[in-house]
Ligand binder design. Structure first.
Ligand code: GLU
Length: 398
């Protein structure tokens, strides 16, 4: 028998990916499952981006790239950050990795020593705490709820700081709630981070999916001082519907980016060359597709929020960004359908999958058990049918 390391034995599988895989497997086996679990756009990657990949293949750009990414792609990211945010970066301050997730992983590996603390607002994206722990760090959770709009305040942040605090994660727009911090809220948080010399980890993977005016506010734009203490994390997955291409990037202080690159040189090397050339087209080519997808998500958001709020026992805030809703389901806890008792978000989501054939993610996976996450990166038809089934299943509970 092979003994698996304690580190990996104690690691839980990503719940978001597990539920997405389960829904796909059930569908492949002929079950009529509606998947509202997956956090990935249902659109195809735009044609101009796919064409750029074909050209790269045909021209033989299929060899190792520099570890940190092809210079042309770094420049396209630098130009995008300048154009969209008026932020100035140099090539040494950018690292291209194998997806946004990989950028976050590299970051914590390069930053943390055993016992170092990272402040994480809950609900949080499922992989933040495990990634911190894999680097020997300690996640320090600040719990929010729907009454506070799922956002922490500068006061909450200050109260969680200890001598061991190294970083705080700000994920705006948020996965799983869609909450967006205003520039003023970010300014107050940044002031505390500066006071205590804490690195700001700004995960902006959903920045283009913002349903108010323009991109969601970005903390590094507040001042040069804040920018110098921030690592911006982003990628092509969500805005350009390129989840499978696996391209993410980090933009931040050269010292830290250099350390992350060193780790990457001993692990994955550079990201896939073809994906990098495709990402170059995503960042520097026409941006129309981004707005088309965002407008479609906005319509679906209205539909899903209204129909969830019409269900007895469920209340749902309208998110300002991303493509998730995070409704409160706690009024359903304690109810039963025959022998099936709903005790928490996990039992409710299993009940939905078994009886209504709808896949959603339990709030417990994001650190808040009174909720569940639904993705509206799915067709209007699927959303309508999925919510109708959830409504019927809820009616059976008493
Ligand atoms: N980020 C997406 C989600 O939350 C994709 C799956 C994952 O990597 O967690 O569903």
């Amino acid at each position: 028998m092979i003994k698996i390391s304690d580190r990996i034995s104690n690691l839980e599988e990503s719940v978001t990916l597990a539920i997405t895989a389960k829904a796909k497997a059930l569908k492949a086996a002929g079950r009529d499952v509606i998947g509202l679990g997956a956090g990935e756009p249902d659109f195809d990657t735009p044609e101009n981006i796919k064409d750029a990949a074909h050209i790269a293949i045909n021209e033989g750009r299929t060899k190792y790239t520099p570890v940190g990414g092809v210079p042309e792609l770094k420049d396209a990211i630098i130009d995008r950050l300048k154009l969209d945010r008026d932020l100035t970066y140099t090539r040494g301050e950018i690292l291209i990795s194998c997806g946004g997730k990989h950028s976050i992983y590299n970051l914590f590996q390069a930053l943390l020593d055993p016992g170092d603390e990272v402040i994480i607002p809950a609900p949080y994206w499922v992989s933040y705490p495990p990634m911190v722990e894999l680097a020997g760090g300690v996640p320090v959770i600040i719990t929010t709820n729907d009454t506070s709009g799922f956002k922490i305040t500068a006061k909450d942040f200050r109260a969680s700081i200890t001598k061991k605090t190294r970083a705080v994660i700000i994920n705006s727009p948020s996965n799983p709630t869609g909450a967006v911090y205003s520039l003023e809220e970010l300014r107050e948080i940044a002031e505390v981070a500066i006071e205590y010399n804490i690195l700001i980890v700004s995960d902006e993977i959903y920045d283009k999916l913002h349903y108010e005016q323009g991109d969601a506010p970005a903390i590094a734009t507040i001042s040069e001082q804040v920018k110098a203490q921030t690592v911006v994390l982003n990628g092509v997955s969500k805005a350009y519907s390129m989840t499978g291409w696996r391209i993410g990037y980090a933009a931040g202080p050269a010292e830290l980016i250099g350390a992350m690159m060193k780790l990457q040189s001993q692990s994955t090397s550079g990201a896939a060359s073809i994906s990098q050339w495709a990402a170059l087209e995503a960042f520097s080519g026409p941006q129309d597709a981004v707005a088309v997808m965002r407008d479609e998500f906005q319509k679906r958001r209205a539909l899903i929020v209204a129909s969830l709020n019409a269900i007895d026992g469920i209340t749902c805030l309208a998110p300002e960004g991303a493509f998730y809703v995070f409704p409160n389901i706690s009024k359903l806890f304690g109810k039963s359908d025959g022998d099936t008792k709903i005790t928490d978000s996990v039992s409710f989501c299993s009940y939905l999958l078994e009886t209504a054939e709808v896949a959603v993610v339990p709030g417990a996976a994001f650190g808040l058990d009174a909720y569940m996450r639904l993705s509206y990166a799915s067709s209007t038809k699927n959303i309508k049918e999925g919510i109708t089934r959830i409504e019927k299943a809820c009616r059976r509970l008493s």
